[in-house]
Design a protein around this ligand. Structure first.
Ligand code: NAD
Length: 264
């Protein structure tokens, strides 16, 4: 039987280490036969990302800082050269000054607001803008978001505002590119202990809270996000676009828990 992603070529952005959500997604895609290229931020990450890419049969590693237009252009110029066409892209990137991922949202500085929006929101649009030109036979674009876009979560602050804008941009991008058969979706992932997440205040407490209060009574793994990403990146979801898919053990549907929730 042919594999789900056989013959598909995809770019994975945001792999930092084997805890990254991008790693869970890359593994799921590679297992189903996808050919992958990886972009990473800064030379320091190369020695960690290189062996991971190699494990999945890829030696296409491209440096890209998404805060730079030139850097994104260089990434896509390289992909154009080696592949010509692109079938999917995964944007698993977010950033904010961690001193503002604690305390009050109202204290957010203009400089960090702008940086967080630039790296965590605009970069997805900038990437899709370039990917579109390489997706002549249609394609699938995916980004990662969080429930803090919809409801106030402790310490998420400016990232919540950024994720709300990211989710809105998923919908606008889906409409713009739909007529060319390019789909744009997001996964709203439950809390996972990654490098980025460790910057958020009281993260362990938030993980516990999710575990006690989600319908499935647990958090999610990067492999589970990977499996759901596979659905959105493959033809299994050929009529799905503009969607925010919650992969969060159902946490987002709960208003208030019944009395069986233990005291925290
Ligand atoms: P991670 O730290 O493994 O990945 C974040 C990545 O962003 C890193 O690879 C980092 O290099 C990259 N990045 C930051 N600034 C960049 C820049 N200027 N240019 C290029 N790359 C840059 O953490 P993660 O949790 O896997 O994060 C991936 C995505 O998932 C983020 O968008 C995050 O907000 C989202 N998310 C995470 C959780 C969670 O609980 N971990 C939940 C929901 C959504």
């Amino acid at each position: 039987s042919t594999k789900l992603m056989q013959g598909k070529r995809g770019l994975i952005m945001g792999l930092a280490n084997d805890k990254s959500i991008a790693w869970g997604i890359a593994k799921a895609c590679a297992e189903q036969g996808a050919e992958l290229a990886f972009s990473y931020q800064g030379d320091a990450l190369k020695k960690r990302v290189g062996p991971l890419a190699e494990q999945l049969g890829s030696n296409e590693l491209i440096e890209c800082d998404v805060s730079s237009e030139e850097s994104i252009d260089a990434l896509f110029a390289y992909l154009e050269k080696i592949w010509g066409k692109l079938d999917f892209v995964v944007h698993a990137i977010g950033f904010s000054d961690k001193s503002e991922l604690r305390g009050r949202y109202v204290d957010t500085s203009r400089a960090n607001f702008q940086m967080s929006m630039d790296i965590s929101v605009y970069s997805f649009t900038a990437v899709v803008q370039r990917a579109e030109k390489m997706m002549n036979e249609g394609g699938s674009c995916l980004t990662l978001t969080y429930y803090g876009a919809e409801k106030v979560m402790p310490h998420y602050n400016v990232m919540g505002v950024a994720k709300a804008a990211l989710e809105a941009s998923v919908r606008y991008l889906a409409e713009d590119l739909g007529k060319d058969g390019i789909r744009v979706n997001a996964i709203s992932a439950g809390t996972i202990k990654t490098l980025a997440a460790s910057g958020i205040g009281d993260f362990r407490y938030i993980m516990k809270w999710n575990e006690y209060n989600a319908p499935l009574r647990r958090t999610v793994t990067q492999d589970e996000v990977g499996k759901s990403a596979l659905y959105l990146l493959s033809d299994l979801s050929s009529a799905v676009t503009g969607e925010i898919l919650h992969v969060d053990s159902g946490y987002h549907v709960v208003g208030m828990k019944a009395v069986d929730a233990p005291d925290i």
